[in-house]
Design a protein around this ligand. Structure first.
Ligand code: NAD
Ligand code: ZN
Ligand code: ZN
Length: 340
Protein backbone atom coordinates (compact mmCIF):
# COMPACT_ATOMS: atom_id res chain seq x y z
CA UNK A 1 0.00 0.00 0.00
CA UNK A 2 1.28 3.42 -0.98
CA UNK A 3 1.24 6.61 1.08
CA UNK A 4 -2.20 8.10 1.68
CA UNK A 5 -3.65 11.58 1.32
CA UNK A 6 -6.79 13.43 2.36
CA UNK A 7 -9.25 13.94 -0.50
CA UNK A 8 -12.87 14.95 -1.07
CA UNK A 9 -14.41 12.19 -3.16
CA UNK A 10 -17.71 11.99 -5.06
CA UNK A 11 -19.09 8.45 -4.88
CA UNK A 12 -22.71 9.22 -5.71
CA UNK A 13 -24.32 12.20 -7.50
CA UNK A 14 -27.07 12.39 -4.91
CA UNK A 15 -24.90 12.16 -1.78
CA UNK A 16 -22.54 14.60 -0.07
CA UNK A 17 -18.83 14.34 -0.82
CA UNK A 18 -16.83 12.05 1.41
CA UNK A 19 -13.64 13.43 2.92
CA UNK A 20 -11.41 10.40 3.24
CA UNK A 21 -7.93 8.95 3.03
CA UNK A 22 -7.03 7.61 -0.41
CA UNK A 23 -3.82 6.19 -1.82
CA UNK A 24 -1.65 8.76 -3.58
CA UNK A 25 -1.41 7.55 -7.17
CA UNK A 26 1.93 7.52 -8.97
CA UNK A 27 2.27 10.05 -11.79
CA UNK A 28 1.73 8.53 -15.23
CA UNK A 29 4.02 9.20 -18.19
CA UNK A 30 4.06 12.97 -18.88
CA UNK A 31 2.49 13.76 -15.49
CA UNK A 32 3.82 15.65 -12.50
CA UNK A 33 2.79 14.98 -8.92
CA UNK A 34 1.77 18.24 -7.31
CA UNK A 35 1.54 18.81 -3.56
CA UNK A 36 -1.57 21.00 -3.42
CA UNK A 37 -1.42 24.22 -1.37
CA UNK A 38 -4.69 25.88 -2.37
CA UNK A 39 -7.72 24.77 -4.35
CA UNK A 40 -10.59 27.03 -5.42
CA UNK A 41 -14.22 25.96 -5.37
CA UNK A 42 -15.79 26.66 -8.77
CA UNK A 43 -19.53 26.25 -9.26
CA UNK A 44 -18.56 23.69 -11.92
CA UNK A 45 -17.37 21.40 -9.10
CA UNK A 46 -20.90 21.50 -7.72
CA UNK A 47 -22.39 20.66 -11.13
CA UNK A 48 -19.84 17.83 -11.44
CA UNK A 49 -20.60 16.40 -8.00
CA UNK A 50 -24.35 16.52 -8.70
CA UNK A 51 -24.07 15.05 -12.20
CA UNK A 52 -25.90 18.13 -13.56
CA UNK A 53 -24.68 17.98 -17.16
CA UNK A 54 -25.40 15.80 -20.20
CA UNK A 55 -21.88 14.31 -20.02
CA UNK A 56 -21.28 13.02 -16.49
CA UNK A 57 -18.00 12.17 -14.78
CA UNK A 58 -17.22 8.53 -14.04
CA UNK A 59 -17.63 7.69 -10.34
CA UNK A 60 -15.80 7.88 -8.03
CA UNK A 61 -13.81 11.04 -8.70
CA UNK A 62 -12.08 13.94 -6.95
CA UNK A 63 -13.33 17.39 -8.11
CA UNK A 64 -11.30 20.61 -8.25
CA UNK A 65 -9.79 22.43 -11.22
CA UNK A 66 -8.25 25.42 -9.48
CA UNK A 67 -5.53 23.48 -7.69
CA UNK A 68 -2.22 25.24 -7.05
CA UNK A 69 0.82 23.63 -5.54
CA UNK A 70 4.43 22.57 -5.75
CA UNK A 71 5.75 19.89 -8.09
CA UNK A 72 7.03 17.09 -5.87
CA UNK A 73 8.11 14.57 -8.49
CA UNK A 74 7.70 13.99 -12.20
CA UNK A 75 6.85 10.95 -14.30
CA UNK A 76 8.68 9.82 -17.43
CA UNK A 77 8.78 12.24 -20.32
CA UNK A 78 8.15 15.45 -18.35
CA UNK A 79 10.28 18.27 -19.70
CA UNK A 80 8.39 21.49 -18.99
CA UNK A 81 8.25 21.50 -15.17
CA UNK A 82 10.60 20.36 -12.45
CA UNK A 83 10.56 19.60 -8.75
CA UNK A 84 9.92 22.74 -6.72
CA UNK A 85 7.99 24.66 -9.40
CA UNK A 86 4.70 26.23 -8.31
CA UNK A 87 2.03 25.29 -10.83
CA UNK A 88 -1.71 25.66 -11.35
CA UNK A 89 -3.81 22.74 -12.63
CA UNK A 90 -6.68 24.03 -14.79
CA UNK A 91 -9.87 22.47 -16.19
CA UNK A 92 -8.07 21.70 -19.46
CA UNK A 93 -6.05 18.84 -18.01
CA UNK A 94 -4.98 17.30 -21.29
CA UNK A 95 -5.45 17.87 -25.02
CA UNK A 96 -4.08 15.89 -27.96
CA UNK A 97 -1.69 18.63 -29.10
CA UNK A 98 -2.02 17.97 -32.83
CA UNK A 99 -5.63 18.26 -34.02
CA UNK A 100 -6.72 21.39 -35.91
CA UNK A 101 -8.02 22.97 -32.71
CA UNK A 102 -4.83 22.29 -30.77
CA UNK A 103 -2.64 23.43 -33.65
CA UNK A 104 -4.55 26.68 -34.09
CA UNK A 105 -4.46 27.81 -30.47
CA UNK A 106 -7.92 26.47 -29.58
CA UNK A 107 -6.85 23.51 -27.46
CA UNK A 108 -9.92 24.21 -25.32
CA UNK A 109 -11.99 22.77 -28.21
CA UNK A 110 -9.87 19.61 -28.65
CA UNK A 111 -12.17 16.61 -28.99
CA UNK A 112 -9.72 14.42 -27.11
CA UNK A 113 -9.35 16.71 -24.12
CA UNK A 114 -9.54 15.44 -20.54
CA UNK A 115 -10.84 17.73 -17.84
CA UNK A 116 -9.42 18.07 -14.36
CA UNK A 117 -11.75 17.27 -11.49
CA UNK A 118 -13.99 15.44 -13.97
CA UNK A 119 -12.13 12.87 -16.10
CA UNK A 120 -8.86 13.26 -14.18
CA UNK A 121 -8.87 13.47 -10.37
CA UNK A 122 -8.56 17.09 -9.33
CA UNK A 123 -7.35 19.46 -6.67
CA UNK A 124 -9.67 18.70 -3.73
CA UNK A 125 -6.87 16.59 -2.26
CA UNK A 126 -3.42 16.87 -0.77
CA UNK A 127 -1.87 15.67 -4.04
CA UNK A 128 -2.89 15.67 -7.69
CA UNK A 129 -1.19 14.27 -10.78
CA UNK A 130 -1.34 16.55 -13.78
CA UNK A 131 -0.12 16.44 -17.38
CA UNK A 132 2.88 18.73 -17.27
CA UNK A 133 2.23 20.29 -20.67
CA UNK A 134 -1.16 21.57 -19.46
CA UNK A 135 -0.23 23.06 -16.09
CA UNK A 136 0.59 26.76 -15.81
CA UNK A 137 3.60 28.07 -13.95
CA UNK A 138 2.52 30.49 -11.25
CA UNK A 139 4.77 33.55 -11.39
CA UNK A 140 6.68 34.59 -8.30
CA UNK A 141 4.76 37.29 -6.49
CA UNK A 142 1.35 35.73 -7.15
CA UNK A 143 -0.04 34.45 -3.85
CA UNK A 144 -1.32 30.83 -4.11
CA UNK A 145 -4.61 32.00 -2.53
CA UNK A 146 -5.04 34.37 -5.49
CA UNK A 147 -3.61 31.96 -8.06
CA UNK A 148 -6.29 29.33 -7.38
CA UNK A 149 -9.34 31.40 -8.45
CA UNK A 150 -7.42 32.80 -11.40
CA UNK A 151 -6.90 29.25 -12.69
CA UNK A 152 -10.55 28.89 -13.70
CA UNK A 153 -12.64 31.94 -12.73
CA UNK A 154 -9.88 34.22 -13.99
CA UNK A 155 -8.96 32.57 -17.26
CA UNK A 156 -12.59 31.83 -18.15
CA UNK A 157 -13.79 35.40 -17.77
CA UNK A 158 -10.63 36.86 -19.29
CA UNK A 159 -11.36 34.76 -22.38
CA UNK A 160 -15.07 35.64 -22.32
CA UNK A 161 -14.23 39.35 -22.32
CA UNK A 162 -11.73 38.76 -25.14
CA UNK A 163 -14.29 36.99 -27.36
CA UNK A 164 -16.91 39.61 -26.53
CA UNK A 165 -14.67 42.17 -28.24
CA UNK A 166 -15.40 44.77 -25.53
CA UNK A 167 -13.76 48.14 -26.24
CA UNK A 168 -13.38 51.44 -24.38
CA UNK A 169 -16.61 53.04 -25.57
CA UNK A 170 -18.71 49.97 -24.77
CA UNK A 171 -21.10 49.09 -21.97
CA UNK A 172 -20.60 45.53 -20.72
CA UNK A 173 -23.27 43.86 -18.59
CA UNK A 174 -22.05 41.16 -16.23
CA UNK A 175 -24.86 38.89 -15.02
CA UNK A 176 -23.80 37.11 -11.80
CA UNK A 177 -21.13 38.55 -9.50
CA UNK A 178 -19.83 35.34 -7.98
CA UNK A 179 -16.46 33.67 -8.40
CA UNK A 180 -16.39 34.29 -12.14
CA UNK A 181 -18.32 37.55 -12.23
CA UNK A 182 -16.11 39.46 -9.80
CA UNK A 183 -13.19 38.88 -12.16
CA UNK A 184 -15.21 39.31 -15.37
CA UNK A 185 -16.04 42.85 -14.38
CA UNK A 186 -12.39 43.66 -13.75
CA UNK A 187 -11.33 42.35 -17.18
CA UNK A 188 -14.10 44.39 -18.82
CA UNK A 189 -12.76 47.46 -17.00
CA UNK A 190 -9.21 46.61 -18.12
CA UNK A 191 -10.57 46.47 -21.71
CA UNK A 192 -11.71 50.05 -21.05
CA UNK A 193 -15.46 49.45 -21.05
CA UNK A 194 -18.07 50.73 -18.62
CA UNK A 195 -19.62 47.93 -16.56
CA UNK A 196 -23.09 47.25 -15.25
CA UNK A 197 -23.14 44.43 -12.67
CA UNK A 198 -26.29 42.37 -12.07
CA UNK A 199 -26.91 39.99 -9.17
CA UNK A 200 -29.62 39.01 -6.71
CA UNK A 201 -27.71 39.96 -3.55
CA UNK A 202 -26.80 43.44 -2.28
CA UNK A 203 -23.46 42.19 -0.84
CA UNK A 204 -22.42 41.03 -4.31
CA UNK A 205 -23.39 44.36 -5.82
CA UNK A 206 -21.48 46.38 -3.25
CA UNK A 207 -18.44 44.19 -3.94
CA UNK A 208 -18.94 44.91 -7.66
CA UNK A 209 -18.92 48.66 -6.93
CA UNK A 210 -15.77 48.28 -4.85
CA UNK A 211 -14.12 46.48 -7.77
CA UNK A 212 -14.99 49.22 -10.24
CA UNK A 213 -18.50 48.53 -11.59
CA UNK A 214 -20.05 51.76 -12.89
CA UNK A 215 -23.65 50.66 -12.35
CA UNK A 216 -25.35 47.89 -10.40
CA UNK A 217 -28.77 46.30 -10.76
CA UNK A 218 -30.43 44.02 -8.22
CA UNK A 219 -32.42 41.58 -10.35
CA UNK A 220 -34.57 40.67 -7.35
CA UNK A 221 -35.97 44.16 -6.95
CA UNK A 222 -35.40 45.75 -10.37
CA UNK A 223 -35.88 44.66 -13.96
CA UNK A 224 -32.34 44.39 -15.38
CA UNK A 225 -33.59 44.70 -18.98
CA UNK A 226 -35.33 47.98 -18.26
CA UNK A 227 -32.44 49.36 -16.18
CA UNK A 228 -29.80 48.47 -18.78
CA UNK A 229 -31.94 49.81 -21.63
CA UNK A 230 -32.09 53.12 -19.71
CA UNK A 231 -28.29 53.17 -19.97
CA UNK A 232 -28.57 52.72 -23.75
CA UNK A 233 -28.42 48.93 -23.77
CA UNK A 234 -25.37 46.70 -23.40
CA UNK A 235 -22.87 46.27 -26.22
CA UNK A 236 -21.82 42.98 -24.66
CA UNK A 237 -23.47 40.85 -21.98
CA UNK A 238 -21.50 38.14 -20.20
CA UNK A 239 -23.66 35.58 -18.51
CA UNK A 240 -22.03 33.92 -15.52
CA UNK A 241 -25.23 33.55 -13.45
CA UNK A 242 -26.39 29.97 -12.91
CA UNK A 243 -29.96 30.59 -14.12
CA UNK A 244 -31.50 30.45 -17.63
CA UNK A 245 -33.62 33.48 -16.72
CA UNK A 246 -30.46 35.57 -16.39
CA UNK A 247 -29.42 34.50 -19.90
CA UNK A 248 -32.76 35.69 -21.28
CA UNK A 249 -32.51 38.99 -19.42
CA UNK A 250 -28.92 39.42 -20.59
CA UNK A 251 -30.05 38.84 -24.17
CA UNK A 252 -32.86 41.37 -23.96
CA UNK A 253 -30.59 43.98 -22.37
CA UNK A 254 -28.45 44.17 -25.53
CA UNK A 255 -28.51 47.07 -27.94
CA UNK A 256 -28.55 46.45 -31.69
CA UNK A 257 -25.37 44.74 -32.90
CA UNK A 258 -24.76 43.48 -29.36
CA UNK A 259 -23.12 40.24 -28.32
CA UNK A 260 -24.06 37.85 -25.57
CA UNK A 261 -21.45 35.45 -24.23
CA UNK A 262 -22.77 32.25 -22.61
CA UNK A 263 -20.44 31.12 -19.85
CA UNK A 264 -22.50 29.71 -16.96
CA UNK A 265 -23.70 26.11 -17.26
CA UNK A 266 -26.95 25.74 -15.31
CA UNK A 267 -28.43 22.26 -14.99
CA UNK A 268 -31.54 23.51 -16.76
CA UNK A 269 -30.03 23.52 -20.24
CA UNK A 270 -32.50 25.58 -22.30
CA UNK A 271 -33.05 29.27 -22.94
CA UNK A 272 -35.71 30.83 -25.11
CA UNK A 273 -34.38 33.40 -27.56
CA UNK A 274 -36.36 35.02 -30.39
CA UNK A 275 -35.18 34.41 -33.95
CA UNK A 276 -36.74 37.53 -35.52
CA UNK A 277 -35.11 40.02 -33.11
CA UNK A 278 -31.77 38.19 -33.26
CA UNK A 279 -31.74 38.57 -37.03
CA UNK A 280 -33.08 42.11 -37.32
CA UNK A 281 -30.95 43.44 -34.46
CA UNK A 282 -27.80 41.67 -35.68
CA UNK A 283 -27.21 39.95 -32.34
CA UNK A 284 -24.34 37.48 -31.80
CA UNK A 285 -24.69 34.59 -29.38
CA UNK A 286 -21.30 33.17 -28.40
CA UNK A 287 -20.39 30.21 -26.21
CA UNK A 288 -17.10 30.46 -24.35
CA UNK A 289 -15.31 27.62 -22.60
CA UNK A 290 -12.46 28.36 -20.16
CA UNK A 291 -9.33 29.74 -21.85
CA UNK A 292 -6.09 28.50 -23.36
CA UNK A 293 -2.68 28.19 -21.76
CA UNK A 294 -1.72 31.51 -23.29
CA UNK A 295 -4.84 33.13 -21.80
CA UNK A 296 -3.93 31.76 -18.37
CA UNK A 297 -0.38 33.05 -18.70
CA UNK A 298 -1.78 36.51 -19.49
CA UNK A 299 -4.16 36.30 -16.51
CA UNK A 300 -1.24 35.60 -14.15
CA UNK A 301 0.79 38.41 -15.72
CA UNK A 302 -2.03 40.91 -15.24
CA UNK A 303 -2.34 39.86 -11.62
CA UNK A 304 1.41 40.00 -11.01
CA UNK A 305 1.26 43.56 -12.42
CA UNK A 306 -1.33 44.47 -9.79
CA UNK A 307 -4.17 44.93 -12.27
CA UNK A 308 -6.67 42.50 -10.72
CA UNK A 309 -7.94 41.77 -7.22
CA UNK A 310 -9.02 38.29 -6.22
CA UNK A 311 -11.61 38.15 -3.47
CA UNK A 312 -11.54 34.90 -1.53
CA UNK A 313 -12.28 33.28 1.78
CA UNK A 314 -10.38 30.31 3.18
CA UNK A 315 -12.07 27.04 3.99
CA UNK A 316 -10.81 23.63 5.13
CA UNK A 317 -11.39 20.61 2.88
CA UNK A 318 -13.21 18.92 5.79
CA UNK A 319 -15.94 21.53 5.31
CA UNK A 320 -16.36 20.89 1.59
CA UNK A 321 -20.09 20.10 1.84
CA UNK A 322 -20.83 23.24 3.86
CA UNK A 323 -18.78 25.23 1.33
CA UNK A 324 -20.88 23.81 -1.54
CA UNK A 325 -24.00 24.94 0.29
CA UNK A 326 -22.64 28.46 0.81
CA UNK A 327 -21.95 28.80 -2.92
CA UNK A 328 -25.33 27.34 -3.92
CA UNK A 329 -27.14 29.77 -1.66
CA UNK A 330 -25.16 32.74 -2.97
CA UNK A 331 -23.67 33.37 0.47
CA UNK A 332 -20.00 32.97 -0.44
CA UNK A 333 -18.02 36.14 -0.95
CA UNK A 334 -16.74 35.67 -4.54
CA UNK A 335 -14.47 32.60 -4.29
CA UNK A 336 -14.02 30.04 -1.53
CA UNK A 337 -10.54 28.52 -1.52
CA UNK A 338 -9.52 25.37 0.33
CA UNK A 339 -6.16 25.56 2.01
CA UNK A 340 -4.53 22.13 2.13
P1 NAD B 1 -21.01 31.41 -8.34
O1 NAD B 1 -22.07 30.64 -7.66
O2 NAD B 1 -19.80 31.83 -7.57
O3 NAD B 1 -21.63 32.74 -9.00
C1 NAD B 1 -22.89 32.81 -9.59
C2 NAD B 1 -23.48 34.18 -9.26
O4 NAD B 1 -24.69 34.36 -10.00
C3 NAD B 1 -23.83 34.36 -7.80
O5 NAD B 1 -23.28 35.57 -7.31
C4 NAD B 1 -25.35 34.41 -7.80
O6 NAD B 1 -25.87 35.23 -6.77
C5 NAD B 1 -25.63 34.98 -9.18
N1 NAD B 1 -26.97 34.69 -9.71
C6 NAD B 1 -27.68 33.55 -9.61
N2 NAD B 1 -28.87 33.68 -10.22
C7 NAD B 1 -28.89 34.93 -10.75
C8 NAD B 1 -29.84 35.66 -11.52
N3 NAD B 1 -31.02 35.13 -11.87
N4 NAD B 1 -29.52 36.91 -11.90
C9 NAD B 1 -28.34 37.46 -11.54
N5 NAD B 1 -27.41 36.81 -10.83
C10 NAD B 1 -27.69 35.57 -10.42
O7 NAD B 1 -20.56 30.51 -9.59
P2 NAD B 1 -19.21 30.60 -10.46
O8 NAD B 1 -18.19 29.71 -9.86
O9 NAD B 1 -18.91 32.01 -10.73
O10 NAD B 1 -19.70 29.86 -11.81
C11 NAD B 1 -20.75 30.38 -12.58
C12 NAD B 1 -21.17 29.42 -13.66
O11 NAD B 1 -20.16 29.38 -14.67
C13 NAD B 1 -21.39 27.97 -13.25
O12 NAD B 1 -22.52 27.45 -13.93
C14 NAD B 1 -20.13 27.28 -13.70
O13 NAD B 1 -20.31 25.90 -13.95
C15 NAD B 1 -19.88 28.03 -14.98
N6 NAD B 1 -18.49 27.98 -15.47
C16 NAD B 1 -18.31 27.96 -16.81
C17 NAD B 1 -17.05 27.98 -17.33
C18 NAD B 1 -16.83 28.00 -18.79
O14 NAD B 1 -15.71 27.74 -19.23
N7 NAD B 1 -17.81 28.32 -19.61
C19 NAD B 1 -15.94 28.00 -16.47
C20 NAD B 1 -16.15 28.04 -15.10
C21 NAD B 1 -17.44 28.04 -14.59
ZN1 ZN C 1 -14.29 26.33 -13.05
ZN1 ZN D 1 -6.40 18.33 -29.98
Amino acid sequence: MGKKMLAAVVHDFSKPLSVEEVVIPDPLVNQARVKIETSGLCHTDIHAAHGDWPVKPKLPFIPGHEGVGIVESVGKGVKTVKEGDRVAIPWLGYACGHCEYCASGWETLCENQLNTGYAIDGGFAEYANAYADYVAKVPKGVDPMDAAPLTCAGVTTYKAVKVSGARPSDLVAIFGIGGLGHLALQYAKIAGAAVVAVDLFEEKLSLAKELGADYTVNARTQDPVEEIKKLGGADQAICVAVAPKAFEQAYHSLRRGGKIVFVALPKDNDVKLPIFETVLNGISVIGSIVGTRVDLKEVFELHADGKTRVIHEKRHLHDVNEAFKEVEEGKAKARLVFEL
